[in-house]
Design a binder for this molecule. Sequence first.
Ligand code: SF4
Length: 236
Amino acid sequence: MTTALAATPELAAEADARFSAIADPVEQALAALRWAGETFGDRFAITSSMADGLLAHLASRAIPGVHVIFLDTGYHFAETIGTRDWITSVLPITLVNVTAPQTVGEQDLSFGPKLHDRDPDLCCEMRKVKPLAQTLAGYTAWGSGVRRDESPTRADTRLVDWDAKRGMVKVNPIAAWTQADVDAYVTEHQVPVNPLFEMGYGSIGCAPCTRPVAPGEDPRAGRWAGSTKTECGLHT
Ligand code: SF4
């Protein structure tokens, strides 16, 4: 077992400057992930929405057996659960499947049905934000697949950042990647991809809060469509 270093803002800033200087997007991502594995050992985990296996593929190359946290909200599309199982069966990762304290049925009894339509922030808080916070309490650093080109709210994403809210280092290995970079890697390495993308979805979330997007539309426009909500609170 690797002895984990303490996470500090200075450590994150130094790593961000060092790995941001690497021009090749794949080499940049792998270098940042290797560093995270060497620095934090088994106190480092990545998260995945199971939209695809890209980050899990990269992370498992850099850190075989890497912990991959999936927030199993109880509201996922069957295709997303299938993609989770596909990724887990073909990549050398350790799945950390995280569920909310209440099942969807229990939540319906406590708060009434379709809380996601009436108060999506509360629903996300109970089914995503708190379960992730409790899970990440067992780690020193975490990684996500957030990219700058996904939305204006993500345009300033750093490669290695300080997550002040959680007091952790946060690694965003593909922060600088473009959609073309993603497509090229997925094709070259035959990375599992959620079949919902073939059905017009641009970004994959819980079924009640995700719709397909029109050609040319912002890929995240299908998330919480019709409301002002744009993020579930995991990355903000
Ligand atoms: S995305 Fe929708 S269904 Fe999923 S936790 Fe948030 S509000 Fe609930």
